[in-house]
Ligand binder design. Structure first.
Ligand code: SAM
Length: 290
């Protein structure tokens, strides 16, 4: 009876999806999590609490959004699919602290949106990400003008392995360096395909990346550091010296001098370097352009 009078977010979402005849779009990564029991456990693991402002990327049918609004101070959800508007309106009805903005998160000014929604206060990200843009979203958040305090997201297991990788491993890549320059990633839970509606053809992991309390690298020029990271992994078979020459127009001597000043072997490949070594090389590039 209580459920009938005051339906749960899960029931509201299931009814609204049916009522509006919503069909999931595969190309938008629409594998929904509707099970409130599972979502409750994931939110518990994310550690978000009633003082937190949360950005959700891709609210879908809004079950997680509604549960976040119960648990957190304010929720801003960014959804690209306008077809979900009637569903989200029903599911989030009466939730004054939850707001949905319809736009492509990759084109949005996330710093401006969050500053406006959260009055300049710190914020966190919680999301069941659309997998086709996982790396792009994580790169944007990790390099944002105003960075979130933490990012707790559902991702494909392979993406989690890349984010969590270490120098010298085959997964070590520009995404791992950029994300780990921002924060420390760890796995919170394995989530099987049948937890989703419809089930994806991949295994998933719910991970959290917590912003470093103090920066672990402080490049002299963050843009050059990002360019260096991309250059280091652009052509993995080439030595870092060759990638440096190509990316920054350095001659052989200058590239070797930069690496030597950074304490890095001239024959090394970018994929073997730590964050700190990459940062020293980037600072060397800056010095050599002064
Ligand atoms: N949070 C919901 C859930 O757990 O059921 C939905 C998650 S579903 C994996 C991903 C969501 O991201 C979908 O609602 C999809 O429409 C949305 N989405 C896909 N691409 C997007 C983009 N570029 N910007 C914003 N939202 C996007």
């Amino acid at each position: 009876m209580t459920e009938y009078m005051n339906p749960s977010p899960e029931l509201r979402a299931r009814v609204a999806l049916e009522k509006y005849g919503f069909h999931n779009t595969h190309s938008l990564g629409q594998n929904f999590l509707l099970d409130a029991g599972l979502l409750g456990r994931l939110l518990e693991l994310s550690g978000v609490c009633d003082t937190d402002n949360v950005l959700e990327i891709g609210p879908g049918a809004g079950v997680m959004t509604a549960m976040l609004s119960e648990r957190c101070r304010r929720v801003l959800a960014v959804e690209v699919d306008r077809g979900l508007e009637p569903v989200l309106t029903d599911v989030l009805a009466g939730r004054e602290n939850a707001r949905v903005v319809f736009c492509d998160v990759m084109k949005a000014d996330v710093a401006a949106l969050t500053a406006e929604a959260f009055g300049g206060e710190p914020w966190r990200v919680v999301a069941n990400l659309p997998y086709y843009i996982t790396a792009d979203i994580l790169l944007r958040l990790a390099t944002a003008r105003r960075q979130p305090e933490s990012v707790a997201v559902m991702v494909q297991r392979e993406a989690a392995e890349r984010v969590m990788s270490h120098p010298g491993q085959k997964q070590w890549c520009a995404l791992a360096v950029t994300v780990q320059s921002y924060g420390t990633p760890r796995v919170l839970a394995d989530v099987p395909p049948d937890a989703f509606d419809p089930p994806p053809h991949v295994q998933s992991q719910f991970i959290i990346i917590e912003k470093h309390p103090e920066p672990v690298v402080t490049p002299r020029d963050p843009q050059i550091y990002l360019r260096l990271i991309n250059a280091a992994f652009a052509m993995r078979r080439k030595t870092l010296a060759n990638n440096l020459k190509a990316a920054f127009g350095l001659d052989n001597d200058a590239a070797r001098a930069v690496l030597s000043a950074a304490g890095v072997d001239a024959r090394v490949r970018g994929e073997a370097l730590t964050l700190q070594e990459l940062c020293r090389v980037a600072d060397g590039v800056v010095a050599c352009r002064e």
